[in-house]
Design a binder for this molecule. Structure first.
Ligand SMILES: Cc1cc2nc3c(=O)[nH]c(=O)nc-3n(C[C@H](O)[C@H](O)[C@H](O)COP(=O)(O)OP(=O)(O)OC[C@H]3O[C@@H](n4cnc5c(N)ncnc54)[C@H](O)[C@@H]3O)c2cc1C
Length: 642
């Protein structure tokens, strides 16, 4: 029987050795406080259950979805009388998911779920995406939205959670969560508008309050995945902004929960939010991408007004992790199709997988998938730990010392998740496109026909670097966090650079020396960027060592002027950061499990020359284009035109 979990050695490695299940099971099971009830009494018991779920899911997607992926792609979804209608096959798949209770895996038991860790849920997402990414995308808007409702309620303080058992006695959107957990509803995330995608400061939908304090949302949203769902987390403007401050746009946003329709007992639907269109897309055909019109739609404010951007970041962090796993599934599918084809197709006396270039393509794909999976699992672990520990602190009874210790732990998990998540989203999405394209190339002329899978994978993959924050936005976020961190604490940066240099020369482990050398190259690129960036701001600083920079440096930044050079090179920087992060993670794995050294060596072989090239580009190019973009150049061009 086909099983996408059992046939994947790398996933099995993580499940058996590469995940700290003790921490995850303990926090998810609230220190096994409900062992006498429905909960587990030990990590072993919990992990046996997690394995059962992933194995069942691996078989389900391999047998019930994968064989139909071409049909799902060919049929798409229908838009009939203002409603999205899934074709029979897709509707049947989601009916089975509901029957198997797979919609509600991570939702707590007391709210109708199975209380599985997010890690298990995301691993399943990878498996499902390998079968069909568009089906996975829709599936993600069930438990994903229910969990967002729970986390938002906990954050705004509207949940009553037992401090000892961690059980949720009451939570603000309990009915919504239970309805989603039962498989009868799902939700979506409504951010994008016709005039505002990456630039959220330009969002125009408004949230308004009537004299009785009731909220209503008015505006248009576009490109909303699974926008035919019942529950919408909508971001809208509630506060006036300073028109002279281009950075003020994010401050006036608030988050709302809007119910899009109501069905009566007879199944008749009254729509509160209208579906205006369903996009005809290049790929992702089994997923409905909707346009929506809100006309004074009754809404519930989440948290306080003006906090919308913060809530949206929480939602988006999880969504970006989800896309990371989604891309992994697609890459896995592309790689496996290529391996199978190349092992059968003959050319010039041997199968093409024996030809050097093709063999290298295949090995590169495998290596990159393994590197991305290392980032995905690590980012997911830290995100889940930080969110669940934060809940424990907020609602638990930890005592002062334990509370302080836990807060430090949360910060450490948050920092790691925050650092790796944009790298994961960027790498996984860009590589999904590359892997699909390489798979098509390996299939030759057949790859260009609809008889073979890669053309579908290419079409499906192309959206990955666009949604949930484009690749360029991920690069900017990573760059700002990295350089901002150095500017805030230059001494710590100097120490890190010195340590990396020292380890690159002195470590007894040759692999550690190579990883440290890679880090040195990445840190040198950061140093160059920060010197150029700071040098633009404070004249004369470029000649001073970073460790001697004054406080003045951290004041009065103008992101547009000061970061221009770094923005130009942000994508090169994120590539360096990603390669280095993967190397560090694989090194840690290989120190515990020597069999992982081989994966690290394959990664280093590719990352080392790439890093030198990127550093060269960062240190030797860019000024000509920046001069061309400068306000002075723009002015002289316009004067010349006059
Ligand atoms: C299939 C699909 C599903 C989607 N699902 C959802 C959903 O569920 N919910 C939702 O709210 N949205 C969704 N979106 C919208 C998606 O998130 C946006 O399309 C995306 O954020 C980009 O915004 P945009 O299309 O307005 O492009 P723009 O923001 O106009 O960007 C155009 C190009 O300019 C680049 N760019 C923009 N600003 C900068 C900058 N400062 N520096 C460098 N480059 C820049 C971008 O990277 C991009 O390459 C979906 C889109 C698609 C196609």
């Amino acid at each position: 029987m086909a099983n996408f979990f059992k046939d994947n050695d790398d996933l099995q490695y993580y499940f058996d050795k590469g995940i700290d299940w003790d921490s995850l099971a303990q926090i998810t099971e609230h220190d096994f406080a409900d062992a006498d009830g429905e909960g587990f009494s030990s990590t072993e018991e919990a992990v046996d259950f997690y394995r059962e779920i992933v194995e069942m899911f691996g078989q389900f997607v391999a047998e019930e979805i994968k064989p139909h992926e071409r049909e799902i792609d060919a049929n798409g979804v229908n838009f009939v009388d203002g409603e999205v209608v899934f074709p029979e096959r897709l509707a049947g798949i989601f009916k089975k998911i509901k029957e198997l209770d797979l919609h509600h895996l991570p939702i707590p038991r007391e709210l109708g779920g199975m209380n599985a860790p997010m890690m298990v849920y995301f691993m399943n997402s990878e498996l499902m995406a390998r079968a069909d990414v568009s089906a996975m995308a829709h599936h993600g808007f069930h438990a994903g939205i229910a969990m967002a409702a729970l986390v938002f309620s906990a954050l705004e303080g509207s949940s009553d959670i037992d401090p000892v058992t961690g059980q949720i006695n009451e939570t603000r959107w309990q009915k919504v969560i239970e309805e989603i957990a039962s498989g009868d509803a799902w939700g979506c995330m409504d951010i994008t508008e016709p005039g505002a995608g990456s630039d959220m400061g330009a969002l125009r939908a408004v949230g308004e309050q009537d004299a009785d304090g009731n909220w209503f949302v008015t505006g248009e949203k576009i490109f909303i995945t699974s926008g035919h769902g019942k529950y919408h987390f909508v971001i809208a403007r509630t506060e006036d902004i300073d028109p002279d401050d281009p950075m003020d746009g994010l401050n006036g946003l608030s988050m709302f929960l809007v119910k899009a329709y109501e069905d009566d007992a007879g199944g008749n639907r009254t729509r509160i939010v209208q579906l205006s269109r369903v996009e005809e897309k290049l790929g992702h055909h089994g997923s409905a991408t909707c346009g929506l019109v809100f006309d004074k739609a009754p809404a519930e404010l989440v948290g306080e007004r003006g906090e919308g951007f913060q809530y949206m970041l929480t939602l988006m962090n999880n969504a970006r992790l989800g896309v990371g796993f989604e891309c992994l599934g697609l890459s896995e599918s592309a790689h496996r199709a290529a391996v199978e084809y190349a092992s059968e197709r003959g050319s010039m006396g041997k199968t093409i997988d024996r030809h050097e270039m093709i063999a290298e393509y295949l090995e590169t794909m495998q290596t990159e998938i393994q590197g991305i999976r290392a980032m995905a699992v690590t980012a997911c672990f830290h995100e889940e730990m930080s969110q669940k520990l934060a809940l424990a602190v907020r609602h638990g009874d930890l005592g002062e010392t334990e509370q302080k210790r836990t807060e430090r732990l949360i910060k450490s998990h948050q920092n790691k998740a925050r650092r790796i998540t944009p790298l994961l989203k960027y790498f996984a999405a860009e590589k999904a496109v590359e892997h699909a394209r390489t798979s098509l190339q390996i299939h030759g002329g057949n790859g260009y026909t609809t008889d073979y899978l890669p053309e579908k994978l290419v079409r499906d993959a192309l959206v990955m670097p666009i949604y949930e924050g484009t690749s360029q936005i991920q690069a900017l976020m990573a760059m700002k966090d990295t350089l901002g961190g150095i500017i805030k604490n230059p001494q710590a940066f100097v120490r890190r650079l010195a340590q990396a240099r020292w380890r690159s020369l002195s470590s007894r482990n040759p692999l550690e020396r190579r990883v440290a050398q890679l880090q040195t190259v990445s840190l040198s690129a950061q140093q160059h960027l920060v010197l150029r960036t700071a040098g633009n701001k404070v004249k004369g600083l470029r000649r001073k060592p970073i460790g001697e920079w004054s406080d003045e440096l951290t004041k009065n930044w103008n992101p547009k002027r000061d970061f221009a050079f770094a923005m130009l090179h942000a994508e090169r920087l994120i590539q360096l950061l990603g390669d280095t992060t993967i190397a560090v993670l694989l090194l840690a794995q290989s120190e515990k499990h020597p069999e992982r050294a081989e994966v690290l060596e394959r990664h280093l072989e590719r990352a080392e020359p790439r890093a030198r090239y990127l550093l060269d580009q960062i240190t030797s190019t860019g000024q000509r284009l920046l001069d061309k973009l400068s306000p002075e150049a723009a002015e002289s061009t316009s004067q010349a035109a006059e």
